[in-house]
Design a protein around this ligand. Structure first.
Ligand SMILES: CC(C)(COP(=O)(O)OP(=O)(O)OC[C@H]1O[C@@H](n2cnc3c(N)ncnc32)[C@H](O)[C@@H]1OP(=O)(O)O)[C@@H](O)C(=O)NCCC(=O)NCCS
Length: 147
């Protein structure tokens, strides 16, 4: 991967960096405690790391289905294909666990993320009314990728 970057499992020690990045990129950021809960619940929590953590993906694995809960790349490292690489990692882990599809929710206004998901093969499945709360209330689009 370019620049010595690698995808590794998130550790408790990464949480501050992850929460700082989340606050930079999300309109309704998860606090550090949510990331900690995800780790303790043994969700799949992965970070992109070079000298520092600059991206992450969190997903849960259920019977037949994975649910992508959060994904982000540091603004300075966006548009270099890193989200695509994280999505590839998510799909490969999901496949190993016998999962048949990945689901995710995305804000309809997040054209960037939607374009990336569509390029990665995700398809629009449905609309969830009033899914996102304040400060930016919005419906969600549900996308799915068949594995
Ligand atoms: C969404 C996000 C994760 C994308 O990260 P990224 O590393 O910039 O994405 P990538 O560089 O991997 O882009 C993947 C592909 O989408 C394409 N793409 C990116 N933006 C695009 C746009 N606005 N329109 C069309 N295609 C676009 C890229 O060209 C790339 O395709 P290519 O590899 O064939 O060139 C990043 O913008 C981010 O962290 N946003 C804030 C958090 C967020 O919105 N997360 C998603 C919540 S659902």
């Amino acid at each position: 991967m370019q620049g010595g970057a690698r995808i590794v499992q998130m550790q408790e020690a990464d949480i501050d960096a992850v929460a700082t990045l989340e606050a930079e990129v999300s309109p309704a950021p998860w606090r550090a405690g949510i990331f900690r809960d995800c780790l303790r619940a043994e969700y799949e929590c992965w970070v992109l790391q070079a000298e520092e953590v600059f991206g992450y993906a969190i997903f849960s694995l259920g019977p037949g289905e994975a649910h992508l809960l959060n994904i982000a790349i540091s603004p300075a490292r966006q548009r270099q294909g890193f989200a695509r690489q994280l999505l590839t990692k998510v799909a490969s882990i999901a496949r190993v666990h016998g999962v048949e599809r990945i689901l995710l929710e995305v804000r309809p206004s997040n054209l960037r993320a939607r374009a990336i998901y569509e390029k990665a093969g995700f398809e629009f499945l449905s609309r969830r009314k009033k899914y996102y709360g304040p400060p930016k209330k919005e419906d969600a689009f549900v996308y799915t990728l068949a594995l």
